[in-house]
Design a binder for this molecule. Structure first.
Ligand SMILES: [Mg+2]
Length: 190
């Protein structure tokens, strides 16, 4: 598969699901972040498994481990959903991150060996591993054209993070690039 096939898929799938992406954008408050999402509340809405993006959602871009407040939130999620129903679905599942999770949250699994988001493959795999229907899987992502789109294509649910973690000191160029990308997505689907 060409290295940027998932980017092209973002445009074609994005066009197919443009109305749904617009709805997600309209319905998500600007302050949306993981820490203002109560795991109990998510579970009461019928969510039984989580697929979590890493960059922007658990930590700024390129960080090897989640921020302390994201760790606390993960621990609460483990209590509510069970660690075996929580997955990291990142297009950058680095070895350092995998090792960190193995040491701190051994039950949480990385989804790997699948086509990158926005392809729905990773969500299908999460649903199979958790033994739950995709309609009960919540994809948490700060990108409309990758994670949110993958969830729409898979028939899973979306939690769009509009206030992602960022660190311009750690990775100024990458953060600036992704800031433009996120803003561009919002213009596209407004
Ligand atoms: Mg991200």
């Amino acid at each position: 598969m060409p290295p940027f096939a998932h980017v092209l898929a973002g445009f074609t799938l994005g066009f197919t699901f443009r109305k749904e992406l617009g709805r997600i954008l309209r319905e998500t408050p600007p302050c949306s972040a993981i820490t203002n999402q109560d795991p109990e509340h998510l579970a009461s809405g019928g969510i039984t498994a989580l697929a979590l993006d890493f960059d922007g959602v658990l930590a700024p871009h390129g960080f090897p481990e989640p921020l302390p407040e994201a760790r606390e939130w993960l621990a609460r999620c483990c209590t509510v959903f069970g660690a075996d129903r929580i997955f990291i679905l990142s297009n950058k599942p680095t070895e350092a991150r995998r090792i960190w999770f193995r040491d701190h949250f051994p039950g949480i699994r990385f989804i790997s060996g699948v086509r990158k988001k926005p392809y729905p493959d990773g969500l299908h795999k999460a649903g199979e591993l958790a033994h739950v229907p995709l309609s009960a899987v919540l994809m948490v992502d700060d990108r409309l054209l990758t994670g949110c789109l993958a969830a729409l294509a898979a028939g899973a649910r979306t939690l769009y993070i509009r206030r992602p973690y960022r660190s311009f000191r750690h990775r100024p160029l990458a953060e600036f690039f992704f800031m433009l990308l996120r803003a561009g997505e919002r213009v596209l689907f407004k």
